[in-house]
Design a protein around this ligand. Structure first.
Ligand code: ZN
Length: 522
């Protein structure tokens, strides 16, 4: 008893040592990263073990003659045109070796054949470049043997100094070939010692605010997947409580978030193919696996607001409620349409009736400069209704009847066509000669902000539209909106350059306007 009491007293006198911490502090182990040849051998072993679902490709060599390897995983028995395309890279690995170990963890899981992994390989083609910069991996450097940064030194044409950047050229060749829906780019630590950690995150880069994914909800779900096993995430500018930099805000100095809008490798995929890009930092391969398994699952699901499963990267233009989106019943058709429309968006103009009206929608889309100048240069709604009567293939009667009693917003503006997206200023539209037709179809997606809406009439150019995912409309409800998507097939988008869609609906509910505060119930 006496002895025990003495020990307790001694412990109390020593203060913190009662918590049981080792007095000597943490011990850091030796380097924990695999060697480059261990990684390369593993790829060769996998290629032998899984010849059907994994193909190894050699995309060039480095300045020090090391091969630039990519592995493409997919189930060859599943139809190719139904597959989403995904690129997974470690553009800073090189020196950020935990990026490679994270990617190998994910590849291993995909190859092991669990039901979830099999489903993803049936629905997706996933190209991996786990060590983009092998010379840098050996040297522990973010840069290659020419001292070039494969992640950061890019512009609209690709790598800044192509003759000194074979690694970045290899990554670019995959971006151009796949025209991927998704690009996930891993970053991390050099793993020079055991116990080297860092702040982890999803869908963002500390230096570059333009790498913040535009789907913030996916970032949240990736972070949540890691947190479910106890891996926490940094939320960058949200946790720093700072707003983004901009030219006019420069004077705010340290009150702004430190990241800047910059052109990095992933920006190239976004600019050319509307690829949805996710950069991330990862310290523990288990955590990065949990994040990216969730990310790949999203490619199998119907994203809220979408009609087909797959990554949500189909919106080309948005005009307040309504969209121009990629056309197609398969992933391949939507990809063709997306890439074409994304790069021709400058010649597309959309217009909607403003003030916006409960019970009816007018949404107009012109796909050539000629059509925009002819039909949308005068934005007065009554004059548009009158002018559209001169269009040879438009049945103007139903459009004119719908717009006959369209209200004005008195004191504010007259009823007009609101041009928001595309080049709203028609003087900026490309000359007529540059405006080729749309070759791969397009879809016009309306969002009606009433989930119980009952549609009574849908027309394209005054003619009734039929239910069809190929040539007609489809409708669904998500996120509180009733969606109506008009699908204009290629044979039609090649010949026509003006689409006037009209929609009449009953909201299906009565919402209070203006006097809600008098009628509220507790
Ligand atoms: Zn990095």
């Amino acid at each position: 008893m006496k002895k025990t009491a003495g020990l307790v007293l001694a412990a109390l006198l020593c203060g913190l040592s009662t918590l049981g911490a080792a007095p000597s502090g943490p011990k850091f182990g030796p380097a924990v990263h695999p060697t480059l040849s261990q990684l390369e051998n593993r790829l060769l072993e996998w290629e032998k073990a899984y010849p059907r679902i994994m193909k190894l490709r050699r995309l060039g060599t480095t300045a020090q003659s090391r091969p630039l390897l990519a592995a493409v995983l997919t189930d060859p028995d599943a139809p190719a045109d139904r597959k989403e395309h995904v690129l997974i890279t470690a553009l800073h690995c090189g020196g950020e070796r935990s990026a490679a170990t994270g990617i190998f963890y994910l590849m291993d899981w995909l190859l092991q054949g669990s039901p979830g992994a099999r489903e993803i390989l049936r629905g997706q083609v996933i190209a991996f470049m786990p060590v983009v910069n092998p010379d840098g991996y050996v040297a522990g450097s973010l840069r290659n043997s020419h001292h070039r940064d494969t992640y950061k030194e890019w512009n609209r044409e690709g790598p800044l100094v192509p003759e000194q950047m074979p690694e970045a050229l290899a990554a670019k060749s995959l971006m151009d070939e796949l025209q991927a829906e998704l690009h996930a780019d891993y970053h991390g630590t050099g793993m020079q010692f055991r116990g080297y950690i860092m702040a982890e995150n999803s869908g963002a880069a500390y230096s570059n605010i333009s790498l913040k994914s535009y789907k913030h909800e996916i970032i949240r779900q990736m972070d949540q997947a890691a947190l479910a096993e106890g891996y926490p995430s940094d939320e960058l500018e949200q946790d720093a409580e700072r707003i983004y930099w901009g030219p006019e805000l420069e004077q705010l100095g340290p009150k702004l978030w430190s990241g800047r809008p910059l052109y990095y490798a992933a920006t190239y995929g976004y600019e050319h193919y509307h690829t949805l890009a996710f950069a991330n930092e990862n310290a523990w391969e288990r955590s990065s696996f949990l994040r990216h398994r969730r990310l790949l699952e999203i490619g199998q699901e119907i994203w809220p607001g979408e009609y087909y499963p797959g990554y949500p990267t189909r919106v080309i233009l948005k005009n307040e409620l309504h969209f121009v989106t990629a056309y197609g019943e398969t992933a391949a058709a939507r990809r063709r349409s997306r890439v074409e429309l994304w790069n021709k968006q400058g010649q597309i103009v959309t217009a909607l009736n403003n003030p916006q009206t409960e019970g009816m929608v007018l949404f107009v889309c012109s796909t050539t400069g000629k059509a925009a100048r002819r039909w949308l240069s005068d934005q007065s709604l009554p004059r548009f209704a009158q002018r559209i009567g001169e269009h040879r293939s438009v049945d103007a009667g139903p459009i004119q009847r719908m717009l006959k009693d369209h209200p004005d917003a008195d004191g504010q503006f007259k009823a007009h066509l609101l041009l928001l997206s595309g080049r709203a200023d028609r003087s900026e539209l490309p000359p007529e000669a540059e405006s080729g037709p749309i070759e791969n179809g397009l879809s016009l997606r309306l969002r009606i902000p009433y989930p119980k809406a009952r549609i009574s009439e849908l027309r394209v150019n005054g003619h009734p539209a039929a239910v069809s995912s190929r040539d007609g409309y489809v409708s669904w409800v998500a996120r509180g909106f009733t969606y109506v998507q008009f699908n204009i097939p290629p044979e039609r988008s090649r010949k026509e350059d003006l689409f006037v869609v009209t929609c009449l609906y009953d909201p299906g509910e009565e919402r209070v306007f203006g006097l809600g505060w008098q009628e509220q119930t507790p």
